[in-house]
Ligand binder design. Sequence first.
Ligand code: CTP
Length: 244
Amino acid sequence: PEKRRRRIRVWCDGCYDMVHYGHSNQLRQAKAMGDYLIVGVHTDSEISKHKGPPVFTQEERYKMVRAIKWVDEVVQGAPYVTTLETLDKYNCDFCVHGDDITLTVDGKDTYEEVKKSGRYRECKRTQGVSTTDLVGRMLLMTKAHHSNIDTSDYQEHTDNFGKLKVKPFSWVCLTKDCWLFDFLLLNRFVDLVCHGKTEIYPDKDGSDPYAEPRRKGILRTVDSGNSLTTDAIVQRIIKNRLLF
Ligand code: CTP
């Protein structure tokens, strides 16, 4: 009988702050290069030292990375610089990173050692999305996100959203949910409409955005077990900014 091929173990590491579809796309590509994907996520203090404090705490970032379907295992508090020692410790064949260079606080390539030993693979960085860009967009939307969003910026992003045929995690968090509840859609395909425990804000004209599902008796409240809101994230970003 044919000898069974050894499973290829792949290593990725990073900050994974404000997890977005660029991150999940990177992890998807990495997983496709092997069989088992291990992701090392840096601690808050390690990130602060090299590039400034993250918006999400390490515990939150571990959880978010663990929730990505291509991830088999998360290593908490992985070192900022990727060494052969780390790859060996977790029995990984090689590591995968997007095609951008990451530097330490002293300007050294964080993948220098693994690159030299041939245990480094590259995947394509996803254009048009980054944590820095998200932070900027969130600061701009402070006022806008509880009123109807009909700006060209919104249009542009919903267009991309359609083309990509993916549901970017952070986009889901940023949008107002109501566009989903188009009357036709609701009547044809939806059995249940769920909203978290947060307050339901009235539409611009004062009407209840959930009036229709409420009338049909298909509105349910779900408990996310988490009190985080977009406003709270924006507040954190502002606080971080004030530190620097
Ligand atoms: N990554 C990617 N595409 C993006 C953003 C990140 O492929 N649009 C990849 C990076 O190349 C890296 C991994 O995601 O392999 C984790 O990146 P991270 O350490 O979180 O930081 P950044 O590269 O700085 O990503 P961002 O600017 O979004 O914070």
